[in-house]
Ligand binder design. Structure first.
Ligand code: PMT
Length: 402
């Protein structure tokens, strides 16, 4: 039931606009409060009065009209929404969103929103397949928008092909899952490591790597979203801690080792996303090293935290990452078995948009049972959600065997 949920339904100008009336009814029937925004083109297809009657609320169709309810309509509508759904979303609407154009009530509302946004495109097949539309969709996905892909079928133009609005029950189910997130990981204790470590050379210099922490923080967020009790052991990064996540700050590999090992016995799952320095200077100079010709720095190994966890594993699910520039599969599988993991997430650093300090990642998952799964380029949060869903699958399998 969606009672108490505030849904903004944006309707843009395509023939499928008439189907949005039924969609509105589904939300209302399930208890949601629906506020409808119509674009000027949508009003060519459906009367505002139809949506007003079905939703039980006045319809919003003018950026400058002003209502009794909000001081500023587009900000009020955006901030009050638990979900914004655009169905149908025309090519024009997708293009404006991708470009950040805000020239009417719907597009300004979307720019002011920080709730989940679900887009249900519908248009002629050729229009949908047009590279401009596909690139716009890709950009919107990278920004965290959810898309219900159109389906094949008869189109208003008389042709048959892709671009038809997805079935209403599919759009409704997707919207519901965004409105009522699953809490399947409730009671599960999950430890994530993120970021780089810093290994001091002297009081002003250190060894480190390019990790920003984005991937690990996304894993922590995705696990917390599903109700897990998440502890994030983080190297030095500048990211905000995701909501509901307990943070333990560390600097060196040795500190990360101590923090992770002490928490390990209480954990059900450990995801080691951190890029831990493999070496540290043999000794830290107490005073700043002076420039005096070439210098040879003597390095010693840091503890391999994940290998240690693999050694002392009880029932924990262990997930590692591998950042590789060559022989991705061979290197990832070697780490999977040597460190006794259930799953290793391999980033191919030669791929565009993969690896260190990017907002996206391109990864391949290698499982202990021999399965492999390539994920497309997507935002780090979307990758994290995929990893969490694989962890749930592994945990269910483990329960079945027990
Ligand atoms: O932080 P971002 O900018 O978002 O970048 C994300 C990332 C590229 C850092 C991340 O996706 C990633 O690949 N992390 C692991 C990088 C790495 O150090 O891989 P590795 O092959 O050196 O190590 C393999 C595994 O062993 C990792 O899970 C690592 O955490 C762990 N390890 C490594 C060395 C060590 N001394 N202790 C460890 O536990």
């Amino acid at each position: 039931m969606l009672s108490g949920k505030q849904v903004v339904l944006g309707v843009t100008g395509g023939i499928a606009a008439y189907k949005a009336v039924e969609l509105c009814r589904l939300f209302v029937k399930d208890g949601a409060n629906v506020r409808v925004i119509l674009t000027a083109a949508a009003k060519q297809f459906v009367m505002p009065l139809t949506f007003q009657t079905v939703s039980g609320n006045r319809v919003y169709d003018d950026l400058f009209a002003g209502s009794q309810l909000y001081a500023v309509d587009h900000v009020g509508l955006a901030q009050g929404a638990d979900l914004i759904l655009i169905a149908p979303a025309t090519a024009n609407c997708l293009g404006k969103l991708a470009a950040g154009i805000a020239d009417d009530l719907l597009t300004t509302t979307l720019l002011a929103a920080d709730c989940p946004v679900l887009l249900a495109p519908a248009m002629n097949t050729k229009m949908f397949e047009n590279l401009a539309v596909q690139e716009n969709l890709e950009r919107l996905v990278l920004r965290g928008y959810s898309i219900v892909q159109p389906v094949e079928g008869e189109l208003a133009c008389g042709s048959c092909g892709g671009g038809r609005l997805a079935p209403l029950d599919v759009i409704f189910a997707e919207a519901k899952s965004l409105l009522s997130p699953v809490t399947e990981l409730k009671g599960i204790r999950l430890l994530v490591t993120a970021g780089p470590t810093r290994e001091a050379i002297d009081p002003v210099r250190y060894l480190t790597n390019h990790s920003s922490g984005k991937m690990g923080y996304a894993v922590a967020q995705a696990a917390a979203e599903q109700g897990a009790e998440v502890t994030l052991v983080s190297g030095p990064v500048t990211l905000p801690t995701p909501a509901g996540v307990k943070i333990v700050q560390v600097t060196t590999a040795q500190e990360m080792y101590a923090a992770v090992l002490s928490l390990y016995p209480q954990m059900d799952v450990v995801v080691k996303t951190a890029a831990v320095a493999d070496y540290r200077p043999a000794g830290v100079q107490e005073t700043k090293i002076k420039k005096d010709g070439d210098m040879i720095l003597s390095l010693v190994r840091t503890p391999d935290i994940l290998a240690e966890l693999g050694k002392y594993k009880q029932n924990q699910v262990l997930v590692g990452f591998a950042a590789e520039t060559d022989n991705l599969r061979e290197n990832a599988l070697a780490k999977l078995f040597r460190k006794n993991l259930e799953l290793i997430v391999a980033n191919d650093l030669t791929e565009d948009g993969a690896g260190f300090n990017t907002d996206t990642n391109v990864v391949k998952l290698y499982f202990k049972d021999g399965q492999e799964k390539q994920l497309a380029r997507m935002s780090k949060l979307a990758v994290a959600r995929e990893i969490i869903s694989e962890i749930k699958r592994i945990m269910n399998i483990a329960k079945e065997i027990l």
